[in-house]
Design a protein around this ligand. Structure first.
Ligand SMILES: [Zn+2]
Length: 135
């Protein structure tokens, strides 16, 4: 058994937290308190595994001033194991080409390091190839 307080902190900091519908058990991300499947109220928190596969992706060759050093980078639609699809930047790719169906896992990363808040969507998480953590 995990210490509940520890679990709560860990969920907030390191996990992708959405909701699970108590009526039809559909997993919901991002959390919206209403089930998109059955329309029922869904406020039960659910921590996703953070594992999924690349559903589709775009390689970005343009970036706002201050982000050029990160070019090019890939933004993917990641289909989570539990069903929902999330948009996130891919990281730790090295020379590896991105492929549809590639297994990926969530990592928490500092995404940016200057004060310019304009012109870019700042995601709270990224995904990396899933096998990168096995060695
Ligand atoms: Zn439902």
């Amino acid at each position: 058994m995990e210490n509940p307080r520890h679990w709560r902190i860990r969920k907030q900091r390191y996990a992708l937290v959405g909701e699970v519908c108590p009526h039809c058990e559909v997993k919901i991300f991002p959390p919206r308190d209403v089930c998109p499947n059955c329309g029922g109220e869904a406020k039960t928190q659910f921590a996703f595994s953070g594992k999924g596969t690349v559903f589709s992706f775009t390689v970005m060759n343009d970036a706002p001033a201050g982000y050029e050093k990160n070019l090019p980078y890939a933004v993917a639609l990641v289909k989570l194991e539990e069903g929902p699809i999330v948009t996130a930047q891919l990281t730790d790719l090295g020379d590896q080409p991105v492929e549809i169906g590639m297994p990926v896992e969530m990592v928490t990363r500092r995404i940016r390091d200057d004060g310019d808040e304009k012109g870019i969507i700042v995601y709270g998480y990224k995904f990396r190839p899933a096998f990168a953590s096995q060695h």
